[in-house]
Design a protein around this ligand. Structure first.
Ligand code: UD1
Ligand code: UDP
Length: 368
């Protein structure tokens, strides 16, 4: 055994691809052997291959094609498929990221056997057990040998749950590394503002894809109504790059999308980063978008009843509006009165390096 760790990264959805990219780049820079397992939870080009291209990532070593299905079926078949890959690769460390069904499956497959499991973006809590993501992140955290947390606040939450300090490493969030690497490239290369005929800071953005919002027609319509009220007051357009799940629900529930809200397919990373960066305000139920707006200095209104990113509320970049239309529009109005003078609570852009340093040091200690 040497102290150069062999790593297997398990990923499968848009946010995992984006937030694992800095780790894959850092492994490449250090010449660490790294195997990528793509679960296939996301498979549409707009949620998958476009990110591999734009983030300059190698093709995955394994592609599992799990596709969409119920939670149990998706998670269960992934556990069964990941286990033999780990047997074949026998890595020193298995990394999972975030809170999806792919995260949970990778965690269980690794932790039930002899492999060391690291959970990237550990320690987030919405305290809402109705969310599938909350169960996934709690279970992954309690399965993991190493918990790479973005902030001290997350470390404290894990301590409160009895997770020993020596398993917890405060590294920052790799989302900062990704934004720092790509924000200027997005400004240079993306034509998204021209494509939608938008002027900087004279439009809003909406992303809503979370099950508790778009699978409930009343909540979904209330969000659209609230965003539309704000847009009407300001006389601006709203661009809504919609996840396929949301587009499906619009059709299924026969939802009348207001004229000011332009519903389009999900955008590539560079186009979306540019759109976020130059928006007057972003309405969202996404975790990653709450973080990115905070990093980019864009005001954010979260259309949920809770958030596992409370740091964004504390620094003032984000506000929780729920889905009541009047509250959604007045929250955006109030955000416009706030100065954009907050600092980024998610680290300095060296999270991937810190994660690999921690893995390397732990392996060296084991070898010694
Ligand atoms: C998943 C995660 C969520 C994360 C989101 C990131 C879970 C439980 N949820 O939600 O935490 O925020 O990814 O975007 O893991 N679909 C496609 N093409 C695809 C993938 C899905 O059309 O490539 C459609 C299918 O109709 C599918 C639906 O979207 O049934 C939901 O997909 P699923 O992977 O179950 O959950 P997401 O909503 O993507
Ligand atoms: N994103 C994107 N195109 C879009 C919408 C989002 O590239 O049209 C990116 C965004 O920059 C962020 C990530 O997707 O990095 C967030 O993923 P998502 O909202 O699907 O998941 P969550 O963060 O809620 O788990």
């Amino acid at each position: 055994m040497t102290s150069t760790p062999a790593i297997t990264v398990i990923l499968g959805t848009r946010p995992e691809i984006i937030k694992c990219a800095p780790i894959l780049h850092e492994c490449e820079r250090r010449d660490y052997p790294c195997t990528v397992v793509h679960t296939g939870q996301h498979y549409s080009e707009e949620l998958d291959s476009v990110f591999f291209e734009q983030l300059d990532l190698p093709e995955p070593d394994y592609e599992l094609d799990v596709g969409s299905s119920s939670h149990g079926r998706q998670t269960g078949s992934l556990i069964a498929e990941i286990e033999p890959i780990l047997e074949a690769e026998d890595p020193d460390t298995v990394l999972v990221q975030g809170d999806t069904n792919s995260t949970l499956a990778g965690s269980i497959a690794a932790a039930k056997r002899e492999w060391t499991l690291g959970h990237v973006e550990a320690g987030l809590r919405s305290f809402d057990r109705e969310m599938p993501e909350e169960l996934n992140r709690v279970l992954a955290d309690h399965a993991a040998d190493y918990l790479f947390v973005p902030t001290e606040e997350s470390a404290d939450l894990l301590g409160d749950e009895g997770i020993p300090d020596e398993r917890i490493r405060v590294t920052g969030n790799t989302v900062v590394d990704a934004v720092q690497r790509h924000a200027d490239i997005a400004t240079e290369r993306s034509d998204v503002l021209d494509d939608f005929d938008l002027s900087s800071f004279q439009y809003a953005v909406l992303t809503a894809h979370r099950a508790e919002n778009v699978d409930n027609p009343d909540r979904f319509e209330a969000i659209l109504d609230g965003v539309d009220r704000f847009a009407a007051e300001r006389g601006i357009q709203v661009i809504y790059p919609a996840h396929p799940r949301a587009r499906k629900r619009v059709e299924e529930f026969d939802i009348d999308v207001p004229d000011r809200v332009e519903l389009v397919e999900s955008l590539s990373y560079l186009d979306f980063l540019r759109l976020e960066d130059e928006a007057l305000v972003v309405f969202t139920d996404s975790g990653g978008v709450q973080e990115e707006t905070c990093i980019l200095g864009t005001r954010c209104v979260t259309v949920r009843d809770n958030t596992e990113r409370p740091e964004t509320i504390s620094v003032g970049s984000n506000t929780l509006a729920g889905t009541d239309p009047e509250v959604v529009s007045s929250s955006a109005r109030e955000m416009l009165d706030r100065p954009v003078d907050w600092g980024c609570p998610f680290g300095d852009g060296d999270a991937a390096a810190r994660i690999l340093d921690a893995i390397t040091a732990d392996l060296a200690a084991e070898v010694a």
